[in-house]
Design a protein around this ligand. Sequence first.
Ligand code: CA
Length: 315
Amino acid sequence: MPVAASVADPVDPILALDPGARGIAAFFARGGALAAAPTLLRARRVLLTTGFAVADGVAETDGPPGTAVLGRALRLLGAQVRYVTDAVTVPLLEAALKALDEPVDILTYRGEPGAAPALLQRERPTHLVAVERPGRGRDGDYRNARGESVARWNAPLDDLFLLAQRGRPASRTGQRRLAPGSPPPLRTIGVGDGGNEIGMGNVRARLVRQTPLFARIASVVKVDHLVVAGTSNWGAYGIAAHLGALAGRDLLHNAALERRMVEACVAAGAVDGITRRREPTVDGLSLDVHAGIVELLRQASGRIAVPRGRRGRAS
Ligand code: CA
């Protein structure tokens, strides 16, 4: 991104914060949330996925809150919003949505053969969003940040994104004209913080240059817009902040709701993805940190400079 664009984007430096020392600077995608928002502004049907199972029957606190906040923002903007995740994450996402008083419309994905094309055909989404969702590596396996396989606990939901990529016009820019009457291409957005999630295929070359561990866990699954943040929830909040600036309305939650969402996820069985403890923390960071980030984003969102003529318009 040019310097001027990043100055006009006070959200980006907040997403780049890395208090957990995850090393995100090595693969941070500058301006990611800024670029994703216009694509989502006039989305008609959005299918959002999240959920990272760290052990059998146990999923983590990062992902469902971010997904719920972004889904709420899109619903308030008029989109039809539906969620899809595997059985282990359904109660967590449901808890996060209920904490926001949001409708709970979650499809359970089991990943049987043919499940992904059937789902796309049935739902006909215009946009796919993944927040902290495992993406396969080059060898087809799914790994956690320690390099261990998590494939047996996480259904291959990245199939949806691989299919969307495959259905894309073959031009390098993606701008090639489609045949008259054909549906517009399905747009994809991925949010992650570890290198092993859906969307990290966009920065895989940078990841493999880092450490052998990053090279091992790096996902090959690409998206149209990648958003990297110190914790994946924050990346989704950053998109909601930009959507709010474009739409001229407040689409973010607040510190109190952040606490309520994370606590509800833990009550529904979630654990911290790093400490593996069943306590209201996310990525090893206290609720105070997450509440503070939400308030920082609220401050920043009021200072996003939207170019004239851009407000309320889709691109
Ligand atoms: Ca995370």
